[in-house]
Design a protein around this ligand. Structure first.
Ligand SMILES: Nc1ncnc2c1ncn2[C@@H]1O[C@H](COP(=O)(O)OP(=O)(O)OP(=O)(O)O)[C@@H](O)[C@H]1O
Length: 236
């Protein structure tokens, strides 16, 4: 379980990007995080990974502050940013083995998971190519494989569907659901409201750094579609 409690983040230039934010992601939750450009999604997600510091409030993973045990917490999480930064001089396979080394994934598990995930996301024939030769979507896919490969308890994804082809799009949704069904959880930001509405059991909506709605998808929708709810909550 991840608890974001009264989180406030102010950038050094004085910009308050996140203000007194509270979100709880329980085991099994597939949690969609939505808001307009600049609402504070990426800043919040990066804080969960200790990439960004926070001014007040706290973020707890299974009751432990990520600030007090950052390495332990990060071992249980995976993160794919909206634009993955990868070493262009590695092949896809070398990158995946590097990730497996960091997370202590056994040889046996690698042999099973690398081909399976690569096939699922359509990268099996590209693994021996250099990352420098990959398109944006391929970089996205290899990063996603690297995130799923060590079976994180919590997967955090920033705009994961951008740039994926339709098949990978469908497979990613299946992988996310499977992770949640096995007791893990996923928190992801997206501007694709249709996917959030149909995939997530919970949704949080942020505006100008403040949480304006969160909870069970069905309760938020109340028989409307998410586009209407989103527009209404944003005063449109
Ligand atoms: N390094 C920074 N220094 C100062 N302000 C920043 C910095 N990074 C982001 N911001 C500001 O913080 C606010 C939140 O930005 P953030 O990137 O978290 O938004 P977002 O919801 O992820 O947006 P998008 O949907 O466009 O990706 C914005 O007003 C943005 O301009």
């Amino acid at each position: 379980m991840l608890e974001i409690k009264n989180l406030t983040i102010i950038y050094p230039n004085g910009k308050k990007a996140v203000s007194d934010l509270n979100i709880t992601i329980a085991d099994g939750d597939l949690y969609g995080f939505i808001g307009k450009n600049g609402a504070g999604k990426t800043t919040t997600l990066k804080a969960c990974l200790t990439i960004h510091d926070y001014n007040t409030g706290d973020i707890l993973l299974n009751g432990v502050s990520i600030k007090s045990a950052p390495t332990e917490c990060k071992k249980r999480m995976a993160y794919v940013p909206d634009t993955p930064i990868l070493d262009p001089n590695l092949t896809g396979l070398q990158y995946l083995n590097f990730i497996c080394d960091i997370y202590n994934v056994s040889e046996e598990k690698r042999k099973q998971k690398i081909p399976a995930l690569s096939k699922q996301l359509g990268m099996n024939e590209k693994l021996n190519d250099l990352i420098s030769s990959y398109s944006h979507g391929m970089k996205q896919k290899i990063s996603l494989i690297g995130a799923f490969i060590h079976e994180p308890k919590l997967l955090i994804l920033d705009e994961p569907f951008v740039g994926l082809d339709p098949e990978a799009f469908i497979q990613l949704k299946a992988l996310m659901k499977a992770l949640c069904a096995s007791g893990g959880s996923v928190l992801f930001s997206s501007h694709i409201l249709d996917v959030v509405e149909k995939t997530c059991n919970k949704i949080a909506i942020i505006r100008n750094g403040e949480l304006i709605r969160s909870g069970e998808t069905q309760e938020i929708l109340e028989n409307r579609d998410l586009e209407n709810v989103f527009m209404e909550l944003n005063g449109k």
